[in-house]
Each structure stands twice: as C-alpha cells, then as structure tokens.
Design a protein. Sequence first.
Length: 223
Amino acid sequence: MATNPKTILVVGDLVWDTHIARLQTPGFGYYEPHGQTQLENRHGGAWYVADLVKEAIDARNASVNSAPTIQYAISAPARVPRETIDHPKGPCGIAKASSIWQWYGPEKQPAEARMVGPKGGQPARIEYSFGKGKEAEPGAWRIAEFLGCQTASWADLTTHPKVETVSKAVDILVIDDLGLGFANNPAAWPDCVTQDMEVPADVIVKATSPTSSALWQKLLRPP
C-alpha cells in the first residue's frame, strides 16, 4: 500500500565540481596518453544533494519489501549545461570547485579529516590528510587533495537557476548551505521561505558556519 506522495524541495548553494583523477600509472609525456578519463565535471552542491535524496529513497524502496513504498517528487534548481556555466555572462550563484581524487587499495591506507578554522575572516573548513588517524576503507576512490573553490557571482540575481516547478505545497525542504552566498541572497530562496504560505512540515539543513546569515535569521524567527 503506497503512502501519500511527498513533495521534496532541495535548494542551496550550487557548485560546478571538477574531479581530476590521479591515476596509478602516469605517462611521461603527450606521447603516452591514457585510455581512460582523467577529468570529470558534475553538478554539485544542492544539485548533488538532490541526487543523494533520490538515490536514498529509491534504495530504501527497493530493499524494504514489507514497508509501504515512499511516493515522492523532488524539485531542485534547473541544471545548467557546462557551456552556459563557463560563459562570461552565465548564470549567477554557481561556484566552481576542484579536487584531486586518488585510488586507495587494496591495502588499507590511514585517512584523517579534521575541522580547521574559522581563522582570518575565512570560514571553517574540513581538511583531509592521509597520515596518522583512522583507517580508510580499502579499494575506494577518495579525495586526496582539495584544490579550492572559486566563489560564485551574485551580481545579477535574475539569472540564478530557477527551481523546477513545484505542483503542490512542499512537505520537506532540504537546504544545502555551503557558505557560498545563497544564505545571504533572499532572491534565490524558494517561495516557501520568503512568502507567507504553508510552511513545510520538515526542514533539513546541511549547514556550514557561520550561522548568522540572513537565511538562519529567517529560519529561526518564530512564526
């Protein structure tokens, strides 16, 4: 027996991720090309969280035979192609991040992640290292080095990717606040946050410090 369909809205900071694979057998020059892909781009940030939510619900529905199937509809900002993102007059509100990935396995490699900062006006961040610490799961691709994130431009909010159509009141609102500008630009927020309308029954926030932004002040304000 199916439950009533749930409308899930995922919003937040948008990131265009660049993943660079550090392969085990690098060539010595152009004359020794690789036969596989070394670089991949994908929609990150709130776009990626929307993918995770979908994968999680689908996996749950496929594995739990006795429980009612979760019927759902996910809405998120429209996905923008690479050509549009890279254009000098492309949409605002899209940051760009780059990471180097490396294969670890089959033997176990020590891995460690720690929180650094905030310091010097910069927000806190997670720093990865592969020295002393807990053991990483063997046989997996992991981020070996984070190369940084280029901040998004918020000059023209009319070009911010629009949220895909929401056909009914939002049941669950998911916000990915990476501290890249979304939380301080109300024009990019969904109607269920900015307007006097039915408040979602559940609000889930994946947050990055500081929590003093305009968005947090709005969310914590008593109704």
